[in-house]
Design a protein around this ligand. Structure first.
Ligand code: TYD
Length: 224
């Protein structure tokens, strides 16, 4: 059974991740792939329960360390209950936010100890690093405008509420991580019309899908 492909989407608020995940999922399903769409925090029943605690701000009074632990607990459940089984049966998993969001929101703007963050990451990801991470890059002011338009009369979440300055630091931090791991990341300008952004993402994803298949068929030929 071929191993699947794990693709994560990262970026600030209102970068267009959910629209792009939907468009890519439709495209890949049309091409016959099993596609699993999921998100963080959440994606499994245990993690969805934790999501509510985090995004309502109920955990905020306990401090940033506690929030990081809760994100980590949610991620661990999500990886073991949903992501790993899907990858093992050969599916393409598209995940809205993953470990890079913790690195940026808790590690950089939360200013948590890098060693603590690295330990949490190792334990929660448990070798399930993404094959590809799509960073949708938009100006934070534009992103927050889009996020508030999408929300309408709904409640602003605990992280959107923060100052523009923090959103700018996060944009910089995502770009720095992408610069340090160019094999895993593709940085895509999220400001053009969504169809244009979707085309750029498809081009990149199509490059890794056949490559993996070729590598697998070569591998199986050698085993015969
Ligand atoms: P969500 O409603 O999913 O928003 P978005 O559309 O921006 O993805 O909210 C998730 C929020 O949680 C978002 O503000 C980023 C934050 N977050 C972290 O702080 N750390 C994490 O590890 C993850 C996965 C998310």
């Amino acid at each position: 059974m071929p191993r699947g492909v794990f693709i994560t989407f990262e970026g600030g608020e209102g970068a267009g991740k959910s629209t792009q995940i939907r468009l890519l999922a439709d495209h890949l399903r049309d091409r016959g792939h099993e596609v699993v769409v999921t998100r963080e925090p959440g994606g499994s029943p245990g993690a969805e329960a934790i999501r509510h605690v985090l995004l309502s701000g109920a955990a905020q009074p306990f401090g940033t360390n506690m929030e990081a632990l809760l994100f980590a607990a949610a991620r661990s459940d999500h990886v073991e209950q949903l992501i790993r089984p899907a990858i093992e049966r050969g599916a393409v998993v598209l995940c809205d936010r993953f470990v890079d969001s913790s690195r940026v929101y808790q590690g950089v703007t939360g200013e948590l100890d890098p060693e603590f963050m690295a330990t949490l990451e190792r334990v929660t990801v448990n070798s399930m690093m993404p094959d590809l991470t799509v960073l949708l890059d938009v100006d934070p002011q534009e992103g927050l405008r889009r996020a508030s338009e999408r929300r309408g009369a709904g409640d602003i979440d605990r992280f959107e509420r923060e100052a523009l300055q923090n959103h700018r630091r996060r944009r910089r931090a995502f770009l720095d991580i992408a610069g340090n791991e160019p094999q895993r990341f593709v940085v895509i300008d999220g400001s053009p019309a969504s169809e244009e952004v979707a085309d750029a993402i498809r081009l990149k994803v199509e490059k890794i899908l056949p490559e993996r298949r070729n590598a697998e068929s070569e591998g199986s030929e050698q085993n015969v």
